[in-house]
Design a protein around this ligand. Sequence first.
Ligand SMILES: *Cc1c(COP(=O)(O)O)cnc(C)c1O
Length: 229
Amino acid sequence: MAHVSRESYIHDNLNAVQLRISKACEASGRSASDITLIAVTKNYPASDVQILTDLGLSNFGENRDQEGREKSAVINAHWHFQGQIQSNKIASIASWAQTVHSLDEARHVEKFARAIPSGKKLEVFIQVALDGSPGRGGVGEQSLVQMADLVISFPSLTLKGLMAVAPLGEDPDRAFARLATIHSKFIRKFPDSCALSAGMSLDYESAIAHGATHVRIGSSILGSRTNPL
Ligand SMILES: *Cc1c(COP(=O)(O)O)cnc(C)c1O
């Protein structure tokens, strides 16, 4: 490892991830072009985002407002926010992120809608809790329709679909099978919101098998974070 450059390390990891994405798509009869790969760059410097940009990636995800704001100021790309939302950061998040994956509180919806500069739109995913544990965020299945109706009532918000994180300690295949059922019911009511943001480094193949359209992958591309979020 000592003589491997950061560029070639990231390049090799990215190739491996993209190959696994293609294979997972093939295995479930899907096209790799259906999948948006979001490189989660939290805790990694803007220089790594630049390397990924040079390798052709254009979607990046961050969990913290300040970090995302700083990197998006130097790298022009499609920026995603997937961290826990704090009310007092909403205006700032809306100023640099084009997509928010972690919307899970009704009181945040109007705040986002009002924070969008006029003429712009913010894409949002509603995060679903697959385990009912508030720790990892998300709304319960029973509140999804109400949240979605609220989101689509604001013209500055575009409801992309649902997002979820597999609960800790549960087989991701079981969790994502449950998510697929929730998602298929959801899109019967909201056919324009058919995206599904699911899958991280350890479970993205399973997420793809269960219909994910957006995978959020950090450590498999950039290495394990010293200060995980
Ligand atoms: C950190 C994070 C990711 C990426 O996780 P990896 O295990 O590094 O791939 C994806 N989604 C969310 C919500 C995260 O917080």
